[in-house]
Write a protein that binds this ligand. Structure first.
Ligand SMILES: [Zn+2]
Length: 242
């Protein structure tokens, strides 16, 4: 909340780096800080689309698609390219209509997923930027196991910040904070392994030839907030390119 207010006031300073015709694809293992960084970008005017949140919302809705998705997620399988694309397509169009740049967080697990999304972004005339967050496995695991989320507005926080499960969401004040579905030790270890062994190599292969900005996100909330504007300007000391 503190940071949201801060960024609201600092927004004019970020404005030169914000283009309405931009789509940032943010990737990284669970717990690498994608959600927190996305919330900063939202404060700077970006439309945030989290593939994971959309899947979870669909499951919670109990729709026919949600029931199908729950079966896939529970079995640790990948959601097919068409279904994943269907979930985000409308959101991207809506933000484009509002002339807002978008940040798409955690989209895709296969080359087909990214190729499909990229072709769509091109038809909309959106310039693409890929940012990859990296943090040691222990750091990611600790963050996932201590994080609290609001299922209504997507706000993410951590128990380390003094908040507890069951406390009213400080952002929307509509929903109580709770643990995210599947944020257990067993599931998270499996997701981290899959990310490093399968998803990341495929991602780098897909974007070979493009500059993928790699950010070492093993930093505190405060430092991530400080690096936020520098990341948009691509001038942060903690970044590298692949
Ligand atoms: Zn909320």
């Amino acid at each position: 909340m503190r940071f949201s207010i801060l960024f609201f006031f600092l927004y004019p300073f970020f404005f030169p780096f914000v283009s309405a015709h931009e789509a940032i694809l943010l990737m990284g293992p669970p717990g690498s800080g994608k959600g927190t960084f996305s919330s900063y970008l939202e404060s700077a005017g970006y439309g945030h689309i989290s593939a994971g949140d959309l899947i979870r919302q669909e499951i919670l809705s109990g729709s026919t698609l949600g029931v199908k998705l729950k079966g896939i997620v529970d079995n640790g399988e990948y959601i097919d390219t068409d279904t994943l694309f269907f979930l985000v397509e409308g959101r991207v169009r809506a933000f484009c209509d509002q002339k807002r740049p978008v940040i798409i967080d955690g989209y895709g697990k296969t080359k087909e997923d990214w190729v499909r999304l990229n072709a769509f972004l091109e038809t909309l005339g959106l310039k693409r930027r890929v940012i990859l967050f990296e943090a040691p496995e222990k750091v990611c695991l600790d963050r996932v196991l201590e994080r609290l989320v609001c299922t209504d507005c997507g706000y993410i926080t951590g128990k380390k910040l003094g908040l507890m499960e069951g406390v009213l969401c400080p952002k929307c004040k509509k929903q109580k904070l709770g643990l995210r579905m599947n944020d257990t030790l067993k599931v998270t270890l499996k997701r981290l392994k899959t990310y490093h062994e399968e998803i990341k190599p495929l991602l780098l292969e897909t974007y070979k030839g493009e500059k993928v900005l790699i950010y070492n996100s093993d930093v505190s909330y405060e430092d991530l907030a400080k690096d936020f504007s520098l990341l948009l300007q691509k001038s942060c000391s903690l970044i590298d390119y692949w």
